[in-house]
Design a protein. Structure first.
Length: 349
């Protein structure tokens, strides 16, 4: 706790508002506080006290209860209701001794009562105590704010590094399959645009974007000759390729992402009617992120060229998702995607 000498060294920086409707009592209170080294402003009634406090908030208010027109309780209530003075501690100085009155004062936000006639040292001790508490509270708030900003900056850098790392993984995957170069980035862009159209939270969009950038990471376990084969695949080869969502999940599941990245990758080939793979999930059992990714993945894949066929064009891709709206693909996601291309002239870059 600050001792008297230490308080005296900072008192010149501390302003106290003294309020009492009796001139003699106000002068006595003001003199005591000024002798201690505080900067004191005085108010002879409640209205003047409110104006003085709101225009230039003090560090502490020492307030009489029994005043005409506007008593101390009402002054305290208004001080606590105003954003400029809400946090200023209020000490009541009063002849009241009834417990009910004190309870009322504490309920309004006062921090202490000093009963008249008061002893000088008792008054100053209580003033010092509550100024110290307020000082510690402000210091704690500043420290919390500083630490919070530091943590936010650390998280921002961590997420930026995470995105760079994931982008590097995506580039590595696509080096093995030049025919799908840029596929994951284009799917991520379209998925994010759909999510924005659906007004999803930014946090959820960020996780979705990250999942899209690595949704084909499981293809790292698929031989390059299968990925780049210009002709049709055998049943065995096709079944091998269909394992890439599960392979991707196994690669990503141990990474502690703040979003369901691994499960989104696992489910991006699932379909509402259960006809998808690898788990045959249906409807609401499929993550919303995976339902968005599924639509974006189909559209991008049909528009782009592949070793075994030329690109089919955006009209065919949109017709595919519209025809299977509510069957294979989530209706609200399909509607958002159609609206992007038909109303907002979205293009796959």
């Amino acid at each position: 706790m600050l001792n008297k000498k230490e308080v005296g060294t900072v008192a010149d920086k501390i302003t106290i508002l003294a309020v009492d409707d009796t001139p003699e009592s106000l002068k006595l209170l003001t003199d005591i506080l000024r002798e201690e080294g505080y900067a004191v402003r005085s108010a002879i009634n409640g209205a003047l006290a409110l104006s003085a406090a709101i225009n230039h908030p003090p560090e502490l208010v020492v307030l009489d209860v029994r005043m005409p027109e506007m008593d101390g309780f009402e002054v305290c209530r208004r001080l606590k209701a105003h954003p400029a003075t809400r946090e200023v501690p209020v000490i009541f100085v009063t002849a009241l001794s009834e417990t009910e009155e004190k309870v009322r004062g504490f309920a309004l936000g006062a921090v202490d009562f000093v009963t008249k006639p008061y002893q000088r040292e008792e008054l100053l001790a209580r003033v010092r105590t509550h100024l110290e508490i307020e000082h510690l509270r402000n210091h704690l708030e500043a420290l919390v704010d500083l630490r919070t900003r530091a943590l936010q900056e650390s998280e921002r850098r961590l997420r930026a590094n995470l995105l760079d790392f994931v982008s590097a993984i995506a580039a590595t995957i696509e080096m093995r399959d030049p025919y799908t170069a840029g596929h994951q980035q284009r799917v991520a862009g379209l998925s994010s645009a759909i999510a924005i159209e659906l007004q999803l939270p930014q946090e959820q969009i960020e996780g979705l974007n990250l999942a899209c950038l690595v949704h084909d990471i499981g293809k790292i376990r698929v031989p390059a000759e299968i990925l780049a084969r210009p002709g049709p695949l055998s049943d065995a080869e096709f079944n091998f390729l269909r394992q890439h969502p599960a392979n991707g999940y196994e690669i990503l599941k141990s990474i502690d992402f703040p979003w369901p990245v691994a499960n989104t990758v696992l489910q991006h080939h699932e379909r509402l009617d259960g006809s998808g793979y690898p788990l045959g999930l249906k409807g609401g059992d499929i993550l919303l992120e995976a339902r968005i990714l599924a639509v974006a993945d189909v559209v991008e894949a049909m528009v782009s060229h592949r070793p075994y066929r030329s690109g089919l064009g955006i009209a065919a891709a949109l017709e595919e998702i519209e025809r299977h709206r509510g069957i294979r693909y989530e209706p609200i996601v399909v509607d958002a995607c159609l609206n992007l291309f038909r109303e907002h002239r979205y293009t796959l870059n």
